[in-house]
Design a protein around this ligand. Structure first.
Ligand code: NCD
Length: 304
């Protein structure tokens, strides 16, 4: 594969590149435990203009496990961009003088691409607006492959907020390189944009809109649940109409096949009951660890 320089969008990767990233990730499983000094001389800057727990901390954990160092901010309010109105371009031109790679999360669509244009060092998109979250999609693909042994041939239900959720947009595009069937399960107001559905169909994926919870859960290999993205609703009354509409609790989980898996990018609100956490199908906390593994692979491939 050609050199990986930035990771801005899942759209920039073809199947060969995705498969190579998943293969490198598999090799990171043992490195993660032993630790390495591969990136000892490297510094990673994390610029988070939006809240995060897993994405930021797993990037930091990944870099530390590879022997590298980290600096940055976890809240825009403490930076000049948030507190003093500094432009993104100036922030990037500054940080590129402190670090070897930038990992950035930002509320605006397209922000990561803009940052990469200004940056002389590689940029990784850790979530931008409601459209892109490429490293989450890759860790989701890695989780599916690790837990199910393959991606081709699977039926996957993407559930919850398919309108504002960036993880499902990126994952849908990532999955479209594989021979899969995708069920889209969302309240009417939160359905996936037709343009993304068209892209998946054009890639040869069978895409079905499903309304009933039962249909979404029964006879599928992967249930990928997501949080309703309250903070992205223009009007909170619209959120009130859809909140709590689709939940998996003990009763719904009974419908799952024994070999099915439930994934969730987390954080959850109430769409997955904690009553099901003990079930063998509940894999969302294993998925969290896969985030460290996958991000180690990305850092190694870009900086190694
Ligand atoms: C997601 C995000 O930020 O898009 N979180 C994550 O990175 N795991 C999902 C969400 O916030 O619901």
């Amino acid at each position: 594969m050609g050199e990986l320089r930035n990771l801005i969008s899942i759209h920039d990767l073809d199947r060969e590149q995705i498969d190579e990233i998943l293969d490198v990730a598999a090799k990171m499983e043992s490195v993660s435990v032993k630790r390495s000094k591969d990136l000892e001389s490297k510094i990673m800057a994390v610029l988070f203009f939006e809240p995060s727990t897993r994405t930021r901390l797993s990037f930091e954990s990944a870099m530390l496990r590879l022997g590298g160092s980290i600096l940055g901010f976890a809240e825009a309010g403490t930076s000049s961009a948030g507190g003093k109105g500094e432009t993104l371009a100036d922030t990037i031109r500054t940080v590129e003088r402190y670090a070897d790679i930038i990992v950035m999360r930002h509320p605006l669509d397209g922000s990561a691409r803009v940052a990469a244009e200004f940056s002389s060092i590689p940029v990784i998109n850790a979530g931008s607006g409601s459209e892109e979250h490429p490293t989450q999609a890759l860790l989701d693909l890695y989780s599916i492959k690790k837990l199910k042994g393959k991606i081709d041939g699977l039926t996957i239900s993407l559930c919850g907020d398919l309108k504002y959720g960036r993880t499902v947009h990126s994952l849908g595009m990532g999955l479209s390189h594989y021979d899969v069937k995708i069920n889209l399960v969302a309240p009417q107001q939160l359905r996936m944009k037709p343009a993304i559905i068209d892209e998946m169909k054009k890639a040869g994926v069978e895409v079905v809109q499903v309304d009933a919870v039962k249909e979404a859960i029964q006879d599928v290999d992967v249930v990928y649940m997501t949080r309703i993205q309250k903070e992205r609703f223009p009007d909170v009354r619209e959120y009130d109409k859809v909140k709590g509409r689709f939940r998996i609790g003990s009763a719904e989980a009974e419908l799952l096949r024994d070999d099915a898996i439930i994934l969730h990018p987390l954080p959850r609100v109430d769409e997955l009951s904690s009553n099901i956490d003990h079930l063998p199908q509940a894999k969302y906390f294993d998925q969290v660890y896969n985030g460290v593994i996958l991000r180690m692979a990305i850092l190694k491939m870009i900086l190694g």
